[in-house]
Design a protein around this ligand. Sequence first.
Ligand code: ADP
Ligand code: MG
Length: 338
Amino acid sequence: MAEIHELSENLTNQIAAGEVIERPASVVKELVENAIDAEATRIRVEVLKSGLTQISVQDNGIGIAPDQIDLAFMRHATSKIKNERDLFNIATLGFRGEALASIAAVSHAEILTSTDGQIGTKAGFSGGIKNFQEDAGSPKGTKITVRDLFYNTPARLKYLKSPKTELLKIVDIVDRIALGHPEISLTLASDGKVLLRTPGNGNLKQDVANIYGRKVAEEMLTVESEDPDFTLYGLVSQPDLTRSNRNFISILLNGRYIKNYQLAAALMDGYGTQLAGKKYPIAVLAIEADPLLVDVNVHPTKEEVRLSKEKELSRLITGAVSQALLGQEEAGSGSSPL
Ligand code: ADP
Ligand code: MG
């Protein structure tokens, strides 16, 4: 057997990239989440050819100082946590310090960033190696452009679905992030065509109208509830406004879009017997929880989280949804012309 040796940083980055960056939509998700963590109020995502040719994400956040660029693109380097205590008290969307290193390892990546909107920095990376860094004019904030994703990992490229499917996945993740952040103006353009633009005025109903249509938004009911551990706010469709799969249910935990079967089931339980068989509501549910109750460190993509008090939260959700529907019934019968 060959001798054991340590892998180069470049190679380990490529291996790690396999976990975090599965497809163009993962790049979009990571870059937009970074923009949100950087306190951006405006984020613009542009993709060419479903993100395979190019993805760029521009924000008006805090920017990155010139001497921090290398660290930003280094694996396991982050500004978001410092110690073990922080790991169990995550208030940001990122914390693993993996995304930029992973993205740069499997693409040609360029960054243009400025912390003050005066002088900025431009730098380029290819296959994880830095090509250049120079001073450059830039508005305050950060723009990251990713070209030729997976150019050096042909197996990963082959595993991708059709361009149409990959674009749908990008649209899906941007939609969900927008629903979780009505206070941020998010734009998504594909091959020059604007697919989504949210105003960023904090009005969730308006975002729902932008994404699912005005008619749907008008028929949604407000869900609001809290207990000592959780605060809920959201919109759910009336029982006769349904879809044939659960993809129209978005659950956001502390601003993070998560996949959680239990919580989605709790939401549907709130409808009791009012949902027809194999019918699913349209719903957006934003949950605020003490970060101490949430373990995000479960999976590299952070879509799955472990929750303390999940049963209590489920009960709260079911109760809040059934309350919203009941309120509607009462309002309905009161104003009935009969
Ligand atoms: P993480 O988000 O887990 O910290 P990333 O690799 O995504 O790891 O980013 C590394 C670091 O680069 C971040 O911790 C942050 O300090 C900085 N950074 C990344 N994107 C941005 C951005 N859009 N604006 C400002 N800083 C950023
Ligand atoms: Mg990140």
